[in-house]
Design a binder for this molecule. Structure first.
Ligand code: HEC
Length: 107
């Protein structure tokens, strides 16, 4: 009896861990980490070597906060300042998802 309960508890923990992993990584998060994080930083603060060198604005900057989502998609697609266009390198959907993830970092 005790043994059955214990294996049910183990099973519940395994299932909830699998669920957490499955939901934590949105498609935008994966793209952001692979393609944007080197300049914009893991938390959007642009506190990386490349981010500092290119003077990327952190998400705490009012200019970034006031940037509308469609303008962000446009900036990422067609480039902005020292940021190269991602058109042709990422699909429209990947850009949209990465921008959506970037926006979750704005505090
Ligand atoms: C080579 C470095 C670099 C990479 C990689 C990069 N960016 Fe940028 N990004 C910049 C620079 C430089 C700017 C313009 C300066 C600024 O305003 O921060 C910028 C501006 C932006 C802006 C306009 C708002 C803002 O923060 O000023 C958005 C949105 C943005 N990037 C999103 C992305 C996304 C999404 C990706 C990944 C698909 C990405 N960037 C990858 C360097 C980069």
């Amino acid at each position: 009896m005790t043994k059955t309960i214990r294996s049910q508890v183990v099973l519940a923990v395994v299932v909830s861990l699998a669920g957490a992993v499955g939901f934590a990584q949105s498609p935008g998060e994966a793209t952001y980490k692979a393609k944007c994080q080197s300049c914009h930083g893991a938390t959007g603060l642009a506190d990386t070597t490349a981010g500092k060198a290119l003077k990327v604005k952190p998400v705490t900057d009012p200019d970034v906060k006031n940037f509308a989502e469609d303008r962000m998609i446009d900036a990422t697609t067609n480039g902005m300042g020292k940021m190269q266009p991602f058109k042709g390198k990422l699909t429209d959907a990947q850009i949209k998802d990465a921008v959506a993830y970037f926006r979750t970092l704005i505090k």
